[in-house]
Design a protein around this ligand. Structure first.
Ligand code: OOG
Ligand code: NI
Length: 265
């Protein structure tokens, strides 16, 4: 099963790199020729039954993942869960879903119109987790979503792909300090998400995280092509619990700020 999981994440990684060229360079910079272990990857979706969190998760459950944590982001109108594999060298997966019913009827209609374009069994596609955007959307509808939810707009423009990969700092041969990782990235000219500070979390919550600001890439809307934020790269350092095992969960207050890495600022 581990070989299947590895193959799946290779495909997801290639699709991610196609719109996130900075990640390939940063991967080389931090790995310095060695393997880089991914702490986690993250997905976004709408809570519609055709494509909700459970539909994204089902392929992972079949590959040996289990649900391990649940999170609520009320300001962003999101629910999330994280999944872990029995083989701890496989990336954790963080999946969130937008509570569509909490938005105006105009916004709900735009989203319903996107999902309407999908076949009923879309989530059974073996490549669902890297299938990209399977609907047409106009730049006007994108802008309407952007005004109420950066998350909804990003998802409407990019569809099903990893929103970010995350370097496990614990597994890097040449780095152990997140501040040093951040300094290295800034020296190389990369922009970090400074929302809530460059480092989110601390040893007390057992998880420190930082991330780049998303790259920009062209998206073909039905009426025109626009450059918008694509995907970002995250860096995570985990601390041991009293039993000596590294903490494996997420920290909602930090995640709330990580979401903003795709903001168009
Ligand atoms: C997910 C943000 C949360 C983390 O590591 O806390 C997250 C997203 O931006 O979709 O990945
Ligand atoms: Ni993350």
């Amino acid at each position: 099963m581990a070989a299947q999981v590895t193959a799946l994440f290779n495909d997801i990684w290639e699709q991610y790199l196609s719109v996130t060229p900075s990640a390939k360079k940063i991967h080389q910079l931090l790995g310095n020729g060695n393997d880089v272990i991914n702490d986690h990857v993250a997905y976004r979706t709408f809570n519609h039954p055709k494509v909700n969190l459970a539909q994204l998760a089902k392929g992972l459950l079949a590959l040996g993942y289990t649900e391990c944590g649940q999170y609520d982001f009320s300001a962003k109108k999101l629910d999330a869960k994280h999944f872990e594999h029995t083989d701890s060298t496989m990336p954790k997966v963080f999946i969130s879903e937008l509570r569509v019913e909490e938005f105006s009827s105009e916004v709900q209609e735009i989203i319903a119109d996107l999902i309407e374009q999908l076949p009923a069994d879309v989530s059974n596609r073996p490549d669902f987790l890297y299938s990209g955007r399977l609907w047409e959307i106009s730049s006007k509808d994108y802008e309407t979503l952007l005004n109420v939810s950066e998350y909804a707009a990003w998802l409407a423009a990019w569809g099903y792909r990893a929103n970010h990969f995350t370097v496990s700092i614990n597994h890097l041969a040449n780095y152990e300090d997140i501040e040093v990782v951040n300094a290295t990235l800034k020296d190389a000219g990369y922009l970090l998400n400074t929302n809530g500070g460059e480092v989110k979390g601390d040893e007390a919550v057992k998880l420190e995280q930082s991330s780049t600001l998303a790259d920009k890439a062209p998206v073909d809307f039905s009426d025109k092509t626009m450059e918008i934020p694509s995907c970002f790269y995250e860096f995570a350092k985990r601390y041991p619990l009293a039993n000596g095992e590294l903490y494996t969960g997420f920290v909602a207050a930090s995640a709330d700020k990580i979401f903003d890495s795709t903001n168009a600022k």
